[in-house]
Design a protein around this ligand. Structure first.
Ligand SMILES: [Zn+2]
Length: 243
């Protein structure tokens, strides 16, 4: 399944080559970058702009994807929620579906990816206490502490696989990357998974820097968008869940 990035209206799509995947699922998700603003997506009916996938990511059939309506999702941040529509395609061969998720969301999570990134960075990179994370990232209990802790735990669970994939990409593309060197434990302790999660957040900066040097469509992507970009990149490679 190609990774498709679409930044703004009329922008060229971007497809990154990737190896054969894993994780067969009934519904597949492709991530499409419509820019960071949910309101813009709603006003422009962004789900209608989702490009039709050329091939089926489940069975590989080409040219057999047909529209299959859309479904509603309710993304939110600390202050409000939105109703949006997510486009869906059906493969006429294997009858499985592919959804077209805008890049401000991660599969399986309700919060905007920017909110999730803020929590992960404050906890894993800045190495803040949970009290500091709550003070900096939560408003009147939104997101809940338990929710934020689940995000950190989920990233830690996935980080080793994702980090290896990112390092392999950087080694292949840019052998000057400093993250090819082993990293020591952080102040969060010696947990290998938390260390991997921390390293993954840092390596995502290198991944984005490399990608920006290669695809000018990513010119608008900054440090605050690195988790969103990492999600695009990894889902295009079927790395599965990130957070
Ligand atoms: Zn199919």
């Amino acid at each position: 399944m190609p990774l498709i990035l679409k930044k703004g209206e009329g922008a060229a799509t971007l497809k990154l080559d990737q190896p054969g995947g894993r994780l067969p699922t009934k519904n597949m998700v492709i991530v499409v970058a419509f820019g960071p603003e949910i309101q813009t997506y709603i006003e422009n009916e962004g789900h209608k702009a989702c490009p039709r996938p050329v091939g089926c990511g489940h069975c590989g059939a080409v040219g057999r994807m047909v529209g299959h309506g859309s479904y509603r999702r309710k993304p939110k941040d600390q202050e409000r929620a939105w109703w949006i529509r997510v486009r869906r395609w059906l493969c006429q061969v294997c009858r499985r579906t592919t959804s077209c998720l805008p890049s401000f969301l991660l599969p399986w999570r309700h919060y905007r990816v920017g909110v999730i990134q803020g929590v992960l960075v404050r906890r894993l990179e800045v190495e803040g206490s949970w009290a500091e994370v709550v003070a900096g990232c939560s408003q009147q209990g939104v997101p809940a502490l338990r929710t934020m802790q689940r995000w950190v735990g989920a990233l830690a669970d996935q980080a080793t696989d994702w980090l290896l994939a990112v390092l392999a990409e950087l080694a292949h593309q840019d052998n000057k990357s400093p993250w090819l060197e082993p990293r020591g434990p952080t102040a969060l302790g010696t947990s290998p998974t938390l260390t991997a999660a921390h390293s993954l957040l840092l390596a995502s900066l290198d991944l984005l820097a490399w990608a920006k040097s290669r695809w000018r469509e990513l010119a608008g992507y900054g440090v605050a968008d690195r988790l969103a970009f990492l999600g695009h990149w990894g889902h295009g490679r079927r790395l599965g869940r990130l957070v």
